[in-house]
Design a protein around this ligand. Structure first.
Ligand SMILES: [Zn+2]
Length: 351
């Protein structure tokens, strides 16, 4: 409880002050990218070698012609969630510093080894999930060193952050955003407006994320626990780059830029979204071949069979049933199934 009050005070102080990254300065630098006002610069966040190899994370800084907030848009913490990576590539081309107020930091692909080696969920260099090690440490393995530099260079320099994800290679996911309720009302109202402006029609209310900035684990929480209204969005599934998924992430980001008054024009917020109050995950009790019986986005009733696992000669080992009524946010997209892995995530709709 004391911790909550302390964090609330800190967040209040940060929100009450001028935005951390409010840019009156002539240039804006992230990593090796330095943009003069009204310019776009390309560079890298260079993670030096340590106990394992070095890593070069591409970054683009768009330093607007006039001053305003700093928005960071990051993708590819999971390097095979392709639609989100392609969406940031599109934004890099679309954003024109001449019409921008403030600055946008674009990081299209953090987990380069995952992308290059087509390894889902983790950084294959050290086997760690790149969205669980924040705020990172300078003397850890590659994931921890990269997380540390992203915290220092990107999170600390921004006022707002959007972390883009999607269904990974083995996940058939329907698009949604997470809205984190930190308990700080002014901050939460801004992040809620950002999520609504982003426009996805399904929003997970996330109230159980870490509150300690020193153990924030997720990128979005690293920003949120530092008093910066931020959120995570997911679109894309199972290695595909569908135009509707990329469009949703690109147009959502542009709408948030309009809500923040960094771009001219009005935001186009979603009307009457579906609010998800909690997630009920289904875990496999068997190793074998998974067959789904429902598709992403389907509404299911508690107890309904949503898939099954057989052994490698077709004998049924496990029937997967919905633990609660709700919407299938994602379901395993490939037959490979190992005992203890998540089969599906059911979003329980807020009444
Ligand atoms: Zn992800």
């Amino acid at each position: 409880m004391a911790q909550w009050i302390l964090i609330g005070l800190c967040v209040g102080i940060v929100l009450g002050a001028a935005p951390a990254g409010a840019q009156d300065r002539a240039t804006f630098t992230v990593g090796t990218a330095t943009a003069a006002r009204g310019q776009k610069a390309v560079g890298a966040i260079e993670v030096p070698a340590g106990v394992d190899a070095a890593l070069s994370i591409p970054v683009v800084v768009v330093h607007g012609a006039t001053s305003g907030p700093v928005l960071a848009i990051v993708a590819g913490l999971h390097g095979t969630e392709y639609a989100s990576i392609v969406a940031v590539e599109r934004l890099i081309h679309l954003l024109d510093p001449a019409e921008l107020s403030g600055s946008v930091v674009l990081v299209p692909l953090v987990n380069v080894p995952s992308f290059e080696q087509k390894v889902p969920h983790v950084n294959p260099v050290d086997g760690k999930n790149m969205n669980r090690m924040f705020p990172g440490r300078p003397d850890g393995t590659q994931t921890e060193r990269a997380s540390y530099l992203i915290t220092q260079q990107v999170v600390e320099q921004c006022d707002h952050l959007i972390d883009l994800h999607g269904g990974d290679l083995d996940e058939s996911l329907r698009p949604y955003t997470y809205w984190t309720k930190t308990g700080n009302e002014p901050q939460d109202s801004i992040s809620k407006a950002m999520v609504l402006a982003f426009g996805l029609d399904t929003i997970i209310i996330s109230a159980d994320r870490p509150t300690d900035p020193g153990a924030s684990r997720y990128l979005e929480n690293t920003a949120s626990t530092r008093g910066k209204p931020s959120f995570t969005a997911e679109a894309g599934h199972a290695g595909t780059v569908e135009p509707e998924d990329v469009d949703a992430l690109v147009n959502g980001s542009l709408s948030v830029l309009r809500y923040l008054k960094m771009l001219p024009g009005a935001a186009t917020p979603v009307e009457s979204p579906v609010w998800i109050e909690r997630l009920a995950d289904v875990t496999s009790e068997a190793t074998g071949i998974f067959t789904p019986l429902v598709k992403r986005g389907a509404y299911v009733q508690r107890g309904m069979e949503i898939g099954y696992v057989t052994d490698y000669v077709g004998r049924r080992l496990f029937d997967a049933r919905a633990p609660e009524s709700g919407v299938i946010l994602y379901i395993r997209a490939v037959p490979s199934m190992t005992r203890g892995e998540t089969i599906a995530s059911v979003g329980v709709v807020q009444r």
